[in-house]
Design a protein around this ligand. Structure first.
Ligand SMILES: Cc1cc2nc3c(=O)[nH]c(=O)nc-3n(C[C@H](O)[C@H](O)[C@H](O)COP(=O)(O)OP(=O)(O)OC[C@H]3O[C@@H](n4cnc5c(N)ncnc54)[C@H](O)[C@@H]3O)c2cc1C
Length: 500
């Protein structure tokens, strides 16, 4: 008889687990609190404009170890991807520009011209980001099943990088960027990876070494957007015989003698299964639902010391202007800064998706501006509806005025304004502190990447998704779903199958 599995959450991790579970003959039901699948991997649509969040860079879209997983999940077949020739362009008020070009020579020449005094460091930076990458050493296999021979296969990738491991050890990218003497270069290079404590080298996925190749040149943007990708995975899951129930919020686990035997829903009903897979927010499960009863030192350390990725307030704009000739990601210095949630922002991060014809009506552009912000501030403000609305309005007006300086006439052409905040993220996905991507990867947690798959002394419950390891993105979130199913097959003495 098929074993039954309940999966909580139809984000990319839950959908991935569901597909692999069906491929391997488990009876599955995904319970999702929202009325659509996708979680954070989604898009906003208003009046013909669509603002795609999530897959701005899909690692493994054309090659590498993750390509196989995306192929199994039907993501890469029959889909076009856009490959950037520029990751972002930085512009200062005094007219200096640096484009993070995917052309090695172009990027190096710009940096050398901007600051000849920084030539040695520029060359070091360029040779790192365009150099050998560690991605080839990554594996779809769970750590628990990796044997000596699997490790041996990674040595040809790792050995040539040993010198770099020794040189950079526990260095952060931010410390590295601070070594540039030229003030503009110092600032601009920091935007290359805008994440605190980012390790220079991280094994085995994305690191500074080879970043341009693995995270930009070979990481496409799916045309049609992230939401289309998840809708297609949800369709595959249903075609495999899986069941998804929407508007079902799980509020509790049913536990007997430290075995998870099912879940309780908001409406008071119960669903029982042999196995429960939690693909939703980690903090909600561990601390709110389980009241911190199933934790150990590692889990305590994670929740005490790791840093959740800062939430974002977006200003989404639909504008009757064709920005397709403009950089698709522009970071420019502001004449006057803006303070949001007590933090001053001197640079504006504007993105458009004109490369995707589905993102806006012909000749128009969907523009998105991000400000990383503080969660507690927005949570508190969202309780006072008038103040919340006014603050969003202030930020939107400021943003539009700055974009008007960069693109004169912008203000009069704005047709749609939408301002989702960290509180919006929580409302739609339940993610702790509105985090868009779980935990930051830092030099402190980079060695502790084994995904948190189970909780101590609680059997039949597995955890997957963006809270189970640092810096997951959609790739590792989906991978954790695949790996848990591979481990369950091993436990049930089944051969792990990855086809229909
Ligand atoms: C602005 C932005 C840009 C990003 N850029 C990239 C990028 O370029 N590349 C990349 O790979 N990743 C990117 N990411 C990150 C990526 O989208 C996420 O890491 C990933 O989608 C997380 O998937 P998940 O399934 O782990 O979690 P989620 O997407 O949070 O899914 C969890 C699901 O569980 C449901 N749920 C939660 N609690 C319950 C409950 N109690 N009962 C029922 N259902 C519940 C939620 O509604 C949700 O659907 C970006 C994210 C954002 C927001």
């Amino acid at each position: 008889m098929e074993k039954s599995i309940i999966i909580v959450g139809a984000g990319i991790a839950g959908l991935s687990a569901g597909c692999y579970a069906r491929m391997n003959g488990y009876k599955t039901t995904i319970l999702e609190m929202h009325n659509i699948p996708g979680g954070l991997c989604t898009a906003w649509e208003r009046k013909g404009y669509s603002w795609d969040i999530s897959m701005h860079m899909l690692t493994g879209s054309c090659s590498g170890p993750f390509y196989r997983m995306w192929e199994e999940l039907g993501v890469v077949q029959n889909r076009e991807f856009y490959y950037r020739n520029e990751m972002a362009r930085i512009e200062s008020l005094d007219g200096k520009t640096l484009a993070f070009s995917t052309d090695r020579k172009k990027m190096e020449d710009q940096m050398l011209k901007l600051s000849p005094a920084d030539a040695p460091l520029t060359r070091e930076f360029i040779s790192l980001i365009f150099g050998r990458d560690m991605m080839k050493a990554a594996s779809l296999k769970p750590n628990e099943l990796i044997n000596f021979f699997d490790s041996l296969k990674t040595w040809p990738v790792i050995l040539p990088l040993m010198g770099k491991f020794i040189k950079y050890g526990k260095q952060t990218f931010q410390n590295f960027a601070d070594r540039f003497q030229d003030p503009f270069l110092k600032q601009a290079v920091r935007f290359f990876i805008d994440s605190p404590g980012w390790p220079m080298l991280k094994f085995p996925t994305v690191a500074l070494a080879g970043f341009m190749k693995s995270a930009v040149i070979e990481a496409g943007v799916p045309l049609g957007g992230s939401q289309k990708v998840v809708f297609d995975i949800a369709e595959l899951y249903k075609n495999l015989g899986g069941v998804i129930e929407y508007k079902c919020r799980v509020k509790d686990l049913i536990i007997e003698d430290n075995h998870a035997i099912g879940v309780k829903l908001d409406d008071g009903s119960e669903r029982r299964a042999d196995i429960t897979i939690w693909a939703g927010d980690g903090h909600t499960l561990i601390f709110n639902i389980l009241g911190g009863r199933y934790i150990n030192n590692r889990i305590e350390t994670i929740y005490r010391e790791w840093i959740p990725v800062k939430p974002i307030i977006h200003v989404m704009l639909g504008v009757n202007l064709d920005l397709s000739k403009e950089p698709s990601r522009l970071i420019f210095e502001l004449e006057e800064p803006i303070t949001i949630a007590g933090e001053e922002h001197r640079w504006m991060n504007a993105i458009h998706h004109c490369f995707d014809p589905g993102s806006a009506p012909a000749g128009k552009s969907a523009v998105e501006v991000w400000y990383a912000t503080d969660y507690d501030y927005w949570e508190k403000l969202s309780k006072d509806r008038a103040a919340y609305k006014n603050e969003k309005k202030r930020i939107a007006e400021f943003t539009i005025a700055q974009l008007d300086k960069r693109w004169p006439g912008f203000t009069s052409q704005v047709e749609v304004i939408d301002v989702p905040t960290p509180a919006t993220y929580v409302r739609y996905t339940g993610n702790w502190k509105g985090s868009p991507d779980g935990w930051y990867i830092t030099t402190d947690n980079m060695r502790d990447q084994a995904p948190l798959r189970t909780l101590p002394t609680l059997s039949n419950l597995y955890t997957i998704g963006q809270w189970t390891a640092p810096f997951t993105g959609t790739v590792i979130a989906a991978l954790t779903g695949r790996q848990v199913m591979e481990l369950l097959c091993k436990k049930d003495r089944k051969r792990f199958v990855t086809k229909k």
